[in-house]
Design a protein around this ligand. Sequence first.
Ligand code: 4FV
Length: 231
Amino acid sequence: MKIAVLTIFPEMLSGVLSASILGRAREEGLLCVEAVDIRAFSARKHKNTDDYPFGGGAGMVMTAQPIVDAVEDARKRGYTGKCLYMSPRGKTLTQERVRQIAQEEDNLILLCGHYEGVDQRAIELVVDEEISIGDFVLTGGELPALVLIDAVARHLPGVLGSGESAQDESFSGGLLEYPQYTRPRVFRGLTVPEVLLSGNHADIEAWRREQALKITAERRPDLLIGKEGMQ
Ligand code: 4FV
């Protein structure tokens, strides 16, 4: 998977993208992420990429020209996939959408906004889809872009080692995840459920499923709609 991240703060990306699973995936060539500095495409003398909003109001708006030129340049360089604009107006990202992107796309352009957002004409001209990571407002689209990259990368073949699987986890079966325990057996007087120490995999599976259903019913009953038969 090749991803071009269009941002005016490319330095925000490096830390996350060079650590842990994402860092290893990039070293192994399973994931290629390129930070593209939108400012470099600004035709303005001082290379600025924002201006005052028409109609007044607080804050600044990112200008269309550098964004459109940066996307068109990325397309000429082989990024023919979807251009996704990270924005609170977008459809909220879900595990289902993450899995779809991982399976269907082999390259992506992620546009990161800042300030009050970007000129609507840039969205009309080059954005295929707006995606939100949740109903809250951030200072920029970089963190949402990194969230999407992290979530998608986990579904790319070879990214998660044998020990890790994207299968039996929260939302994978549409349920929240069962409680996890590891050594020591007793911590501050708190013990581990006996069934997990029993070695009886059928009982362990049954306990984990029961726990996942119980926690999902308590915390996210919405996830159980249409799953009545799952008890
Ligand atoms: C956001 C979100 C988000 C809004 C104004 C960047 C900021 C600034 N993006 N999911 N929530 N973006 O808050 O994706 O342009």
